[in-house]
Design a protein around this ligand. Structure first.
Ligand SMILES: [Zn+2]
Length: 315
């Protein structure tokens, strides 16, 4: 139905990706730069402008009607600013205004990266057809987003669904966010690896101490590796169960590097959900791996831009 395009930016601590996306979610033009994450804010913005420069030079740009940004958070969609933890040069950085200036005044929609992934999974991935969903990214950190009543629910500032910083262990370890016992503090890749090493897990001859290496060891039956994944699965299950009990989601989608661990994660996770998601209305909750690949952030940012355009058209 749409012959127009939307532009999308996916801004993270390692790369800044941009695309022109059609109304079916197909990427027709793409551009990318490494994020100069340790440089000053203007240098980082320069990389964003280079990506936008490639997009605006494409012949399809003339038919772009809106631009969506999915950014590492925290973001503040109300103020149009971002303060990504891994990009110290950007604190309350006025990204929406700067992108709008570089993009010829197109309407700009800003959401957090977890919300963007959720938009992508709901549009084209594992949450398609589900009106109430929680989508999560479990990798270096743990992020997420919500679909409620058939629509993306970014919340006022664009961060709703940030399940990584729900506390599931009241007296647990301090989290860098300031709270204790957060889902991320237990279930993120680095924390899975840290716990395994602390409990005596030995990496193989290649010295790989990543969560993927712990997952491989768990698959081979290493009891310490299995226990570390089991602990992560329980933290995720408690967070998912809390979310389901609060807002009645019917599916939880898990992506990111740790989400790729497969049965090593999903088998204990489904079992632990039985322990925490106990009330009748959450017992049928489904947990499934994400389907979108590395373009999820771009596709989700495009979905947010399309949704905004649709809103504007109906006002
Ligand atoms: Zn936290």
């Amino acid at each position: 139905m749409h012959t127009d395009f939307v532009a999308a930016l996916d801004i993270g601590g390692t790369k800044i990706a941009g695309a022109l996306v059609d109304g079916h979610g197909q990427i027709v033009v793409r551009a990318q730069r490494a994020t100069p994450a340790q440089d000053d804010g203007e240098t980082v913005m320069g990389a964003v402008e280079e990506v936008l420069g490639e997009l605006t030079a494409a012949p399809e740009w003339g038919r772009a009607t809106a631009l969506g940004i999915g950014s590492a958070g925290p973001v503040d969609a109300t103020a149009g600013t971002v303060s990504p933890v891994n990009v110290p040069g950007w604190r309350d950085f006025p990204l929406v205004r700067r992108v709008q200036e570089a993009a010829g005044g197109l309407p700009v929609e800003l959401i957090g990266d977890g919300v963007a992934i959720t938009a992508a999974e709901h549009w084209q991935g594992a949450a398609r057809g589900h009106d109430n969903a929680l989508c999560m990214v479990v990798s270096t950190g743990v992020g997420g987003g919500l679909v409620l009543n058939g629509q993306l629910h970014p919340g006022p500032t664009g961060n709703a669904g940030h399940i990584g910083h729900i506390s599931v262990d009241l007296d647990g370890d301090l989290c860098p966010c300031g709270s204790r016992g957060c889902v991320e503090r237990i279930a993120s890749g680095p924390n899975i690896a840290r716990r395994a090493l602390e409990n005596g897990w030995q990496p193989g001859p290649d010295g790989d101490t990543s969560a993927a290496a712990v997952a491989a060891a768990a698959r081979n039956g290493d009891p310490v590796a299995v226990a570390s994944f089991d602990r992560a699965a329980r933290a995720l299950a408690a967070g998912i169960a809390a979310t389901a009990t609060l807002v009645e989601i019917d599916i939880a989608v898990i992506g990111g590097g740790v989400g790729k661990a497969g049965d090593v994660l999903f088998t204990p996770l489904r079992k632990a959900l039985g322990d925490y998601a106990t009330l009748s209305f959450v017992q049928r909750l489904e947990v499934t791996p994400a389907q979108m690949g590395t373009d999820a952030g771009l596709v989700g940012a495009a979905a947010a831009a399309l949704a905004r355009r649709t809103d504007a058209a109906t006002v």
